[in-house]
Every structure is written in C-alpha cells, then in structure tokens.
Design a protein around this ligand. Structure first.
Ligand code: C6P
Length: 406
C-alpha cells in the first residue's frame, strides 16, 4: 500500500499555499509533479558530467553516453521491449505519433488506404492522420464511443476491412476509459493491420508490457510519469522500425555522408537526429527507477481507491459525469448545472485546488457529449483522500455561488 504522506515529502512543490490554502494538485493527466530523485538526477548530469553523447572520446562524454544508454535500457525493461534499440527517444507522445504518421506512412500508405482511429483520441492521434488525408488521400474511420464513454466494438470486424493501421489510445485523457487493447490488436492483426497505441495516460499509472498488449508501436511522454518535459518514447517492433525511413536528417543518425547521398545509422540512432534532450532522458531513466520503487500495482490500486471514493462523493453534488466506464483509470470529467467548467476551475483555484477545464485536446468528444468543455480531476499516487474532501468542499462552494446568482 502507498503511504501518500511519506511520498509527498519527495515533492517540494506540493508543500505550498495557493490563495492562502494548501495546494491540492489534481491535474496529473496534464502533467505530473517531479520528485526530488528525478530533479537531482538531472542536476547531477548538469553539475558533473554535462557533455554531448555519442560524439566525444573524452571521459565526460563517455559518462554522458553511458547514462543516456542506461536510460534507454531502463525504459526498454520497464515496458517489456525485446531490444533496447526498439526504444526511440522523442520529445513526447505527440512527436512519437507524428514520427509514425510521417515515416511509417511514407513507405506503407497510399491513396484510399484506411486508418482506423476512435472518437476518444487526443488531437495528437487525429491531426497527424488528417495531414495524410490531405497529402495522400487516406481514408479515416472512427470507432464510436457510447454514452458511457466506452468504445463500441460490435462492428469492429466490419470497420477493420482494408485497414492498414489502427491508432488507439490506451487510456482516455478525458473519459478515463481503459480500452481493451489486446483484443483490438488481435483483431487488427487478423486483417494484417499494424497497431499504434497512445500510452500517454497509461504508462504512468499501470504496468504496461508492449509484448503482452500485442501492439506494433507504443507512444508515451516522460512528463506525465514523474519525468521532465521534453522527452518521450516511441517503442516499435524491431523489424518494423528497421524497415522505416528516417524522420529527421542530421547529425548522429547517419552512417556515411557524401555530397551526393547519405546512408543511415542503425536503430535507435536512425531516429534520433541532432543533439537530443540528454538531461531529460537521464531524468526519464530516474523516473522509471522511482516508479518501480513505488510499484506500478500500488499506484494503480491507490488510484482505483481514489476514483471510487471521489465518484461516490461527487455523485452527491449533482454533477454529470462525462465517462462512466467500468474499466477506468484515475480521471474524472464532469459538468455542473449552470456553472461553466471554466468557472468551476476558477472557483476551485481560489480554494487552492488545481483542476483542468476545457476540451482536453479532445474536441470531437465534447461535440459527441454536447458539452463545450468539462472540468477534469486526475489523480496520482501522491494525492490523498483528504484532498478529495477539499475538492468536495470547493465544489459545494461552486454550487452555492451559482444557486445565489441564478
Ligand atoms: N494530454 C491532457 O491534459 P504530449 O503533449 O505530447 O506530452 O502528450 C499528448 C497527449 C497524447 N495522448 C494523450 C492521451 C494525452 O493525454 C496527451 C496529453 C494532456 O490531457 C495535455 S492536452
């Protein structure tokens, strides 16, 4: 079990007051807070062995390279990759998905080929495919979401006809729904389609094993899992990554360069052009160590308890939940009568409570549920049951204010 009070000692940012009230940080789906352990690892790099990687023959550069490569090994083990070189560092989930939409698509898609997405995708798993719709005329299809925020899979086999790639979020950042990836990946492979999973909201919160899920690509961001901003991961199966052309050209991704042509490095360097975010990669490696020390099953159990309690307490406040999936992660979206989500977030901020209000980069979902925006609460392992009571108190205030003005 998790001792959240003890864990919070590792997070200096949580010990402050906002508007004279102790901060309650409930916007972890946007970005998580960073433990000292991660910040210290990055500080150590900058203070003691800052140098470029894969380039210097001197000791400092060798040390930086060792730390960079070790971080890759840690990430590979963390997600169950077969080979370390299947882990490509990117700047985040968005960059990872764009890499696939650019590089893989270049070799594998032509006019009228079909890409199957879902209505609950983050814009970063919709817009790159819109580019291809415009550029080469691919067809986009969407798995529908029902009124509970669950994917409708009844017509999956029909939708999969002629599909070349399925792109799906593992966990919805708006609805909290955990999708049955294994089942969908199996069906997709039966028709020869590749499977790209957006794991931005999964990897920080539960054990993820890419082999077990049966996908071909898996993307996630460091900053949502206690790591720094500016680093993320694209995992891909070795043979698929090998067959793909480079995404960016420049230093460190080449084998040989002539004035007339160039040849490319092997994995993973082929996809890591230019000087990478070295400190952030080191920080991500430390974040992996840190999460393993807490235990992913402990994190999941803690968040399940938080969601159960929060749903019960919020239900008593006449909120309308957007997303009621049974299989859900630590994300709760809701709207309230009369109060716009932006008003909810502003009033909660007066109470020191940070939640996100908006469309959460899922505008098609807002249209689907006929709401302009939602208020969203998202938990992590350092949140406490007391903080749910603070949230409830804040929402009672919202109710009171809007009853007065109406
Ligand atoms: N969602 C949220 O508040 P980046 O920005 O590249 O690190 O991650 C993009 C992204 C992709 N997929 C999902 C499911 C996500 O939740 C996110 C980021 C944040 O929900 C910011 S919009």
């Amino acid at each position: 079990m998790i001792d959240s009070m003890k864990i919070r000692e590792e997070f200096p940012i949580l010990h402050q007051e906002i508007n004279g009230k102790p901060l309650v940080y409930l916007d972890n789906a946007a970005t998580s807070q960073k433990p000292k352990f991660v910040v210290e690892a990055m500080k150590d790099y900058y203070y003691n062995y800052n140098a470029n990687v894969h380039r210097g023959l001197y000791r400092l550069s060798a040390r930086a390279t060792e730390a960079y490569d070790l971080a890759r090994e840690k990430v590979a083990r963390f997600i169950g990759a077969t080979h370390n070189h299947e882990v490509i560092f990117t700047s985040g989930t968005t960059a990872a998905i764009n890499l696939v939409a650019s590089s893989w698509a270049q070799e594998n898609l032509k006019e009228n080929d079909v890409i199957l997405l879902s209505e609950m995708e983050h814009h970063s798993n919709i817009v790159p495919w819109h580019f291809l719709q415009k550029r080469i005329g691919v067809e986009l299809r969407f798995l529908k979401v029902d009124e509970n925020g669950v994917l409708c899979l009844d017509n999956l086999d029909e939708l999969l006809q002629n599909v070349k790639l399925v792109g799906l979020t593992h966990v919805s950042n708006t609805l909290g729904t955990i999708n049955p990836i294994k089942k969908i990946a199996e069906a997709a492979h039966n028709v020869g389609a590749k499977v790209l999973i957006d794991g931005a909201q999964a990897v920080p919160h539960m054990e993820v094993n890419v082999q077990d899920l049966g996908c071909d690509f898996y993307a996630f961001s460091g900053h949502k899992m206690c790591g720094p901003t500016g680093v993320g991961v694209l995992w891909g199966k070795e043979e698929i990554l090998d067959s793909m052309p480079p995404f960016l050209g420049g230093g460190d991704m080449i084998d040989e360069v002539y004035l007339e042509y160039s040849t490319y490095a092997s994995l993973p360097n082929k996809f890591e052009a230019g000087t990478m975010n070295i400190a952030q990669v080191v920080g991500l490696g430390a974040a992996v160590d840190y999460l393993l020390q807490i235990g992913l099953s402990n994190i999941l159990a803690h968040e399940e308890q938080m969601v159960e309690v929060a749903l019960k307490k919020l239900s008593a406040l006449d909120v309308r939940f957007i997303g009621n999936a049974e299989n859900r992660a630590g994300v709760i979206s809701f709207v309230m009568d009369k109060a716009h989500p932006h008003d909810i977030a502003t009033i909660l901020d007066y109470e020191g409570i940070a939640v996100r209000a908006g469309h959460h980069c899922t505008q098609p979902l807002m249209k689907k549920f006929s709401v302009p925006a939602t208020a969203r609460v998202s938990f992590y392992f350092y949140n406490t049951l007391d903080e749910i009571d603070r949230l409830v108190y804040g929402l009672e205030k919202v109710k009171e204010i809007f009853q007065r003005v109406s």
